[in-house]
Ligand binder design. Structure first.
Ligand code: ADP
Ligand code: MG
Length: 272
């Protein structure tokens, strides 16, 4: 990856910090001999520390777009730059490396390992990243503290509430210090009270400097982000500021990148 990694991650020569640059992304699926165009010429940019909702009716292409943003899939046409690296056109192996380093995923169904405790679930991405075990443990403990589950480390998923499970999943997404946090209907399986808990956590992470994209059906959730991108039939129908969420701390840096242990973790509510 060294050859494609810019000296300053995500910082372009003009000093602007882009996490995502999507240019005319299209994705075709072939189904029973017919081509389904799930995305058709989608272009947008995300700057560091944006908090964005992707909305749209079922079948409009939200998951397809999330999969491309998350390096789980590649576009049929168009260019995708993630944090200064051109991702479109990468091999699956390269894509997996970029995904592990730059992306944190949060799913509606949590996707935790049922037999592993919270600590182990959170450590797992660091296992894949080849981080030594003592460092893994230190970082997993720290990030569980950040999501206020320091006292639940030894609990397995079935010994946790839905909201706590989703916070474990968020901790797992954060432990690699990703450039981009992607959440697909993160509160879809939660009642409104625990959903609120999760939304507050996203808002805190945003204030700490994280870049967050959330797919949601819920207009109330979308209204709490800074920007709403609406998809319809695979195209962007609108892309507007919501005007409700306060701008995050403009100078907030994310906690240091992988390997920069000095500033990890940021104490709750304050960037290091
Ligand atoms: P959303 O998440 O907004 O509901 P999707 O991105 O899942 O929409 O789907 C967009 C369109 O692409 C839909 O018409 C869907 O049927 C189609 N589609 C999605 N995934 C596949 C696939 N793996 N194979 C064929 N068609 C697909
Ligand atoms: Mg979907």
């Amino acid at each position: 990856m060294k050859a494609t990694e810019p000296a300053a991650r995500g910082d372009r020569a003009d000093g602007e910090t882009l996490v995502v640059r999507a240019e005319m992304l299209s994705r075709d699926y072939v189904m029973g001999g017919e081509i389904v165009r799930a995305l058709s010429g989608v272009s947008f940019e995300l700057r560091r520390n944006e908090y964005v909702a992707i909305v749209g009716p079922s079948g409009s292409g939200k998951s397809t777009l999330m999969n491309i943003l998350g390096c789980l899939d590649t576009p049929t046409a168009g260019e995708y730059w993630l944090h200064g690296t051109r991702v479109s056109g990468m091999s699956d192996a390269e894509l997996a490396r970029v995904r592990n380093r730059e992306i944190g995923f949060v799913f509606q169904t949590f996707n935790l390992l049922p037999r592993a405790n919270a600590l182990r679930n959170v450590e797992l991405p660091l296992v894949y990243a080849g981080v030594p075990s003592s460092e893994r443990r230190r970082r997993a403990v720290a990030v569980l503290d950040r999501v206020q589950l320091g006292d639940r480390r030894e609990h397995r998923p079935n010994e946790l509430s839905g909201g706590q499970r989703q916070r474990v999943a968020i901790a797992r997404a954060l432990v690699t210090d990703p450039a981009l946090l992607l959440a697909d209907e993160p509160t879809g399986n939660l009642d409104s009270k625990t959903g609120e808990e999760v939304l507050r956590l996203f808002e805190r992470l945003h204030a700490e400097g994280h870049t967050i994209v959330v797919v949601t059906h819920d207009p109330d959730i979308a209204a709490r982000t800074q920007r709403r991108i609406a998809l319809r039939d695979g195209v962007i129908e609108s892309d507007e500021p919501t005007g409700t969420a306060p701008a995050a701390v403009a100078t907030a840096a994310r906690p240091g990148g992988p390997g920069s242990s000095a500033s990890w973790p940021a104490p709750a509510g304050r960037p290091a």
